[in-house]
Ligand binder design. Structure first.
Ligand code: ADP
Length: 391
């Protein structure tokens, strides 16, 4: 099952996008709708609301009078907490039921207006944000009967574009005509969501040839998003962004590398299923190159996982935190961050080797070819740490 979080400001076109995803076969769970359902007439949710706020929050038909309830909680944190205490657990339970009832191969789209505000992004395999320019949203909301002043007030109360961008794995711009965004949704479905879902179900990771590209300024923010997912799936353990994409300015393969800290390889094995379901299928035990002559391979073993998302390649090295391989990865990264000459040397070597190994779909030969340089780098990394300065 693939869990997609869908959000966007009011009037951005979120419902339009959700509708198209549903046409493709997604199981759409609409958080706003559930919020209404849990307080429909006849529900125990509505009974509790009446018990807490009085019968004056009911209309003549016995249904919830939303403006009356809103007036009671507006500006009153205590009252709002009481209301949320009634509705939120019920919405969460119902969401859980709907997810549990979805088929194993479902692509579940959770349409949540407050996804950003509630820090829910790491719960999903992928977060899709729908955006439209402010003026455009005001016009569309006006056409839907929302006065401009009211629309502006609601928009100001929501997360801003910067916060939305930070969590967006996919940014759908719906400032233009509907057919433009719908074409983007169709491509997203076919090229990414369908493949991502089947990759997770079949425990396949997304692979590709070793193509080195110039440093991408968005790698750190992408890494922050992926790391949050890994951390959540791994019960809050330490996650570090390592490797070339963690070195500002360095050309690299467009593959984000992370290490996840465990106390032992047994503990790493216990995390395999959770990481796989979170979108990082396991590839078994792997050997890191032993960097010191007097050390043994046993101290340089890890469990390797890799990302299933065809739109964002990830390698996840599950290593003993504070062990030699863990420390070496951090030192190597920090040395490259500090030493511009070493960075240029490394980039030139990688570019040359990636040219040579272009046909190597898994990147194994490319990785092996880098080894001699990496071996010589170890002494320089150690010197850097010993002397506290670049080579
Ligand atoms: P949201 O769910 O984000 O509040 P909707 O999908 O309901 O937004 O869209 C808001 C309004 O704008 C709706 O009336 C919708 O039909 C309309 N709309 C959506 N996308 C476009 C577009 N690209 N051009 C014009 N109108 C649009």
């Amino acid at each position: 099952m693939l869990r997609v979080g869908l959000s966007g400001g009011i009037g951005s076109g979120k419902s339009t996008v959700a509708g198209r995803l549903a046409e493709h076969g997604a199981v759409v769970i609409d958080a706003d709708r559930l919020a209404r359902e849990v307080v429909e007439p006849g529900t125990d949710g509505l009974r509790e609301v009446v018990a807490a706020f009085g019968a004056e929050v009911l209309g003549p038909d016995g249904a919830l009078n939303r403006p009356a309830l809103a007036a009671k909680v507006f500006g009153d944190e205590q009252a709002l907490a009481t209301l949320n205490g009634i509705t939120h657990p019920r919405i969460a339970a119902r969401t859980g039921e709907l997810i549990a009832a979805a088929p194993e191969d479902a692509i579940v789209v959770h349409d949540v207006p407050l996804l950003v505000e509630k820090d829910m992004a790491p719960l999903y395999h992928l977060v899709v944000i729908v955006h439209a320019d402010l003026d455009e949203r005001l016009v569309r909301l006006r056409d839907r009967g929302v006065a401009e002043e009211d629309a502006r007030r609601r928009i100001a109360a929501q997360a801003d574009d910067e916060r939305r961008r930070a969590v967006a794995d996919v940014w759908l711009d719906n400032s233009g005509t509907p057919d433009l965004v719908l074409a983007q949704v169709d491509a997203l479905w076919a090229d990414r969501l369908v493949r991502y879902e089947s990759n997770i179900r079949l425990r396949r990771y997304a692979a590709g040839p070793p193509i080195v590209v110039p440093y991408d300024e968005t790698w750190p923010v992408q890494a922050t998003r992926v790391a949050a997912r890994i951390r959540l799936a791994a019960g809050g353990r330490t996650v570090e962004h390592i490797g070339s994409t963690a070195v500002p300015g360095l050309a690299a393969k467009d593959v984000l590398d992370f290490q996840l800290g465990v106390e032992s390889l047994d503990e790493a094995a216990e995390l395999e299923e959770a990481l796989t379901q979170a979108g990082f299928p396991g590839r078994g035990v792997a050997e890191d190159a032993v960097r010191y002559e007097d050390d043994t391979q046993e101290n340089w073993l890890k469990r390797l996982h890799a990302g299933a998302d065809p739109g964002r390649r990830v390698n996840l090295h599950v290593r003993v935190e504070g062990g030699p391989a863990w420390n070496w990865a951090i030192r190597f990264r920090d040395w490259l961050r500090a030493d511009a000459a070493a960075r240029d040397e490394y980039a030139a070597m990688k570019l040359e080797l990636s040219e040579k190994h272009r046909g190597d779909a898994e990147g194994f030969a490319y990785g092996d070819a880098k080894e001699p340089w990496m071996e010589t780098a170890t002494a320089r990394v150690d010197a850097f740490y010993r002397d506290g300065q670049a080579s």
